[in-house]
Design a binder for this molecule. Sequence first.
Ligand code: CP3
Length: 361
Amino acid sequence: MQHPRETNEQFQLQNDCLIRALLRKPTSRTPIWIMRQAGRHLPEYREIRARAGSFMALCTNPQLACEVTMQPIERYDLDAAILFSDILTIPDAMGLGLYFSEGEGPKFRKPLRTERDIEKLSITKTDADLSYVTDAIKLIRNELNGSVPLIGFAGSPWTLATYMIEGQSSRDFARSKLWLYERPEILHQLLEKLSLSIIDYLNAQIASGAQVVQIFDTWGGVLSTPAYRNFSLAYMQKIVDNLIPCSEGREVPVILFTKGGALWLEDIAATGCHGIGLDWNVDIKQARARIGPNTALQGNMDPAILRASPSVIQSEVKKILQANQGSNGHIFNLGHGISPDIDPENVRALIEAVHDSSRTH
Ligand code: CP3
């Protein structure tokens, strides 16, 4: 007997605007999702986070991760859900001891300090080391029940390496860049191990039900052009080349988001990714002219606009939509994650403005 999740009906999507936009097919409206859509701007998130005790307690409990993923979907008319988790789950599974100290962001108890620390690292196996993530994905897919697609994600090798080497968030990336210039072969060894771990992780996410995947290269933009190509993009290319291309009878689109990556849009498009995430520095019309028609663009409203009134939000939305006129393949998003102080009513105004101003019938 077939499990109900394996019937074709279960694989159909009521709203496939995100996937269609990523595959450069026409859509009835511009799809929108928001980076960090599940998180501290939602009172219901703050409530469940207080009950769970910590952010990592939410991530590692599949039921809670599922519940939090669904919160923005239940509140807003979004066109996609994104798995509630973090990019630092892989370094944590590698044994670095991730913790979050209040108001200071992520930290590692055992950051990488020596060549030996990198040699000792093992490549993670999702089945054995990160099954809480794939378990969460299965629960979320059941809960979504074909309403909107689920986005899975990972950090880029370079971005993960910076946290692992610095031990925390950084301003100047002093240690990571010292290795990059003085001991590039050691950094390459680390990036290689991370790439293999990420390929396994994203493929396990796809096999468990992720219908789109995004790679967050939050710190690619701090590199010089040759360093970006060698130490960040080359490894994202390797990941793109090794992902499961189709699942459930449909293509699984890949989005690459390099924050501060405006200089390298042509190089990013040349990886063969389906979509490029843009931060708010980029003029989206110029971005389209530079990369041509074959790659979707995601973004790129300045997250600070969400502090303004709904009428300002509406007019800023129109500017971005107009810049895309005549070109489908646009996914509306912010240029980076939403801030915790944003009023959910302004988020609602944003989503309505995107849908109302982009509807084609
Ligand atoms: O987008 C989503 O809604 C999915 C969930 C998600 C989180 N983190 C939840 C989270 C995703 C996709 C991430 C990715 C992530 N995590 C990135 C790349 C994207 C980016 O923002 O550039 C990075 C660099 C991290 C590492 C990380 N995790 C940092 C720097 C922080 C602290 C941020 C802060 O504002 O304090 C986190 C914690 C984190 N990850 C929170 C959430 C909702 C806040 C945790 C809390 O509840 O206190």
